[in-house]
Design a protein around this ligand. Structure first.
Ligand code: ADP
Length: 445
């Protein structure tokens, strides 16, 4: 099974709703009705006048003048009439239903709905129609937004004409945390002046909450990891000051354990600092030109003592030509150190670790360098693969701790590889070993 290492940050920012074509916003066509009414009035008036003129009751000239007045009465005064009665109750249309206001609401990036002072929908944009498909222009928003928290906030905002905000958990189409802000706004009307309306905007808080949860988890995990060796150290200090004060044999043994714990703490702090450094520079791509070959040889040589201790042979399959990439030497050393050390620690039972470098053509016609670290140990069960690069994630916490692991190594690898615009792939078959491959784009010539 191959798993592409996920990016925590990208996952936190990922869009939560499938990006489908938004449904059209329902709009009204009142002008057509009015035109029809005017036509009927004119037709009836025209027939009546023609009949009167035909029977000689009025002169054709007088009939013409009356008909002209009728035309003026039927067509001209829609607007005048509305000025006299500006409330929508008279005509079922609000004076703020202007193209400009509609365009502003439509252009808002978040779901937005403009309500009149009674809570009826005047305008809504496509994002709002997608979020709440039941919303209809000129209908009460409360009917469409059935969430009790929203309805209460809406009622309060309408009653007090004051802003309200509410956070709620939306369940459809997927679970996400939303914030609704209802703000009173004075909207310019078509006839001058302003009208009091309510603007509802919805904001998806899920990425923020996820980031916050990740931060809280991270702090909790880091404190726990630091507290464990610290507790061991203070326990042994107490023992050495107390019961084992004069026991030379116990003292030597305890000091050995304390040294291991202190080293573990130092390593943890080192990894945490490296991680935060890499995160700080994540957006800056390294520029130095680095040949991967000598780096890999240097790391393999440095890990020979550990390989000897674990009775594992490190086999290098490197091409003769250099493999140049744009990189940061220290960070790349950390990547290869972590991967080869993990293979030696967790895959020791296989007896061999193979490190190979190949240039592989890519789909865009270019090529990339792939550094694969393969071991023949117990492998990793498929359900763990997608989570291996999460901070502090370990398949077996006890095993990792006994090997001096911090659970941060692969997370660091992933961040460094991302900074180098590369990829990390993890393949494993249970009982047959694991292969960790990092891919880097070659340096542009
Ligand atoms: P650690 O400090 O625990 O080694 P890493 O982030 O480097 O942390 O690795 C996370 C976990 O992934 C390890 O605890 C181990 O369970 C698993 N792992 C890493 N490399 C291998 C491997 N080559 N074979 C089997 N398991 C591995």
């Amino acid at each position: 099974m191959i798993v592409q290492a996920p990016d925590d940050q990208a996952r936190a920012n990922a869009p939560l709703v499938p990006l489908t074509e938004p449904p059209p916003v329902p709009v009204a066509t009142p002008w057509l009705d009015r035109l029809r009414h005017a036509a009927i009035i004119l037709l009836a008036g025209g027939i009546a006048l023609a009949t009167l003129a035909a029977f000689g009751e009025i002169t054709p000239r007088a009939a013409g003048v009356v008909f002209a007045c009728l035309v003026a009465a039927a067509l001209v005064p829609w607007r005048l009439h509305t000025i006299a009665n500006p409330r929508e109750e008279s005509y079922g249309i609000s004076p703020v239903e202007t193209p400009v206001v509609r365009a502003i609401v439509a252009g808002m990036p978040d779901p937005a709905v403009l309500l009149d002072r009674a809570g009826r929908v005047l305008h809504l944009n496509a994002a709002a129609a997608q979020l709440a498909p039941a919303l209809r222009v000129r209908e009460l928003a409360q009917f469409a937004l059935r969430n009790p928290e929203i309805v209460t906030a809406l009622r309060e905002a309408i009653a007090t004409a004051e802003p309200r905000s509410v956070r709620y958990l939306d369940h459809a189409p997927i679970e996400r945390w939303m914030e609704l802000i209802i703000a009173p706004v004075q909207v310019p009307t078509a006839f001058g002046g302003t009208d009091q309306c309510m603007l509802m905007t919805f904001h998806d808080l899920t990425p923020l909450r996820r980031a916050e949860e990740m931060r809280a988890d991270f702090v909790a995990n880091a404190s726990h990891e630091l507290r464990t060796p610290l507790a061991a150290l203070s326990g042994f200090i107490d023992t050495l000051l107390g019961p084992a004060r004069d026991d030379a044999k116990a003292r030597a043994r305890f000091l050995g354990i304390m040294q291991v714990q202190a080293t573990r703490m130092a390593r943890l702090i080192d990894d945490l600092l490296s991680l935060s450094r890499v995160e700080l520079t994540a957006h800056v791509r390294p520029e130095s030109q680095i040949d991967l070959m000598p780096l890999i040889k240097q790391v393999a040589d440095g890990l020979e003592p550990l390989a000897g201790e674990r009775q594992v042979s490190i086999e290098l399959e490197l091409p003769d030509s250099p493999a140049m990439i744009a990189g940061d030497r220290e960070e790349l050393l950390r990547v290869f150190e972590n991967l080869i050390e993990n293979a030696l620690k967790y895959g020791a039972s296989g007896g061999r670790v193979v490190v190979s470098v190949t240039a592989v053509p890519t789909s865009d016609g270019g090529s990339e360098y792939r550094v694969a670290v393969r071991d023949f140990g117990p492998g990793i069960a498929p359900e763990h693969l997608p989570r291996l690069t999460e901070r502090f994630y370990r398949v077996d916490v006890g095993d990792s701790r006994s090997q001096g692991g911090t659970g941060l190594g692969l997370s660091l690898v992933k961040h460094i590889v991302n900074r180098h615009r590369g990829r990390l792939m993890i393949e494993s078959v249970l009982k047959k070993g694991a292969t960790f491959t990092v891919c880097f784009p070659p340096v542009k010539s």
